[in-house]
Design a protein around this ligand. Structure first.
Ligand code: ZN
Length: 271
């Protein structure tokens, strides 16, 4: 169905904290600084990643900010894009993406000047996986990387990948990606991609290890193989499934605190 998506579709794809922030900004047209946003969010809302929530909101809305004395105030601007995104990359976006790449493939690092590669503008998250035509989702990569990526991504079910990428936390996205391939090794590069798809610089190794904590209870083994080109790649295989509890991030943080771990161990019956 074309041209049938409404603004609500976009809003529904936002994390609930991002949605609350959206509502706050709608209600305060003169803008709010970060401390005001924090104080207006309900108690117990996960306030640790407000910068990320703002970033995810920024995918869909312009959030013009201004310095007012010592305060940096966010206001709600126009919606950035319709979800009925044709995928066409305008000349302006193309130029912007090329400018950010500075003549270097953003995947392998080869350069136009020294390696003679040709750069192509590509949707980082493919469109049929839900990726939008926004500068945040565009990058310049060389033809070889682009072909390699396309071939690799073809082996994944686009609809399932789109649903995985909608999960709010990196833990959920990694867990559901592995679940989709239960009992089969999954390449670390696709795990990294899914982890970093909506939030940059995630330490996905750490997130994957977290899933093995007894409080989460996923059994994940690792392996290695050599590619045809002789590169060593690591893989991860999931062997069981348990739904991640809604408060999994808190459980993981608690497990990492010795005092709380003791209590959690008693709760889980681990002596
Ligand atoms: Zn490349």
């Amino acid at each position: 169905m074309e041209n049938d998506s409404t603004s609500e579709d976009i809003d529904l794809s936002l994390n609930h904290i991002a949605l609350l922030i959206l509502q706050l900004l709608k209600a305060h047209s003169t803008g709010l600084d970060i401390d005001e946003i924090k104080s207006l969010l309900p108690n117990g809302a996960d306030q640790m990643h407000l910068d990320r929530r703002l970033r995810s909101l920024r995918k869909y809305y312009h959030l013009p900010g201004k310095q007012e004395g010592s305060r940096y105030v966010y206001t709600l601007g126009a919606r950035k894009t319709a979800v009925t995104d044709s995928g066409a990359i305008s000349g302006k976006l193309r130029a912007e993406a090329l400018n950010l790449a500075k003549g270097r493939c953003q995947m392998c690092g080869k350069t136009v000047s020294e390696d003679g590669v040709k750069l192509q503008i590509d949707h980082k998250i493919p469109q049929d996986w839900g990726g939008l035509t926004l500068i945040e989702n565009l990058w310049a990569i060389c033809e070889q990387c682009n072909n390699g990526k396309r071939n690799h991504f073809k082996s994944f079910d686009a609809e399932k990948m789109a649903s995985i990428l909608k999960f709010d936390t990196v833990h959920q996205r990694i867990a559901h990606l592995l679940k989709m391939h239960m009992g089969e090794p999954v390449d670390s590069n696709i795990i990294e991609f899914v982890a970093n798809a909506t939030e940059r610089q995630e330490d996905w190794h750490k997130r994957l290890r977290d899933l093995r904590y007894p409080v989460i209870g996923l059994q994940i083994t690792s392996g290695r193989y050599k590619t045809e080109q002789g590169f060593t790649r690591s893989t991860y295989t999931l062997h069981n499934w348990r739904d991640l509890p809604p408060d999994h991030q808190k459980l993981i943080r608690d497990w990492e605190k010795p005092a709380k771990r003791a209590a959690l161990k008693r709760l889980l019956g681990i002596v």
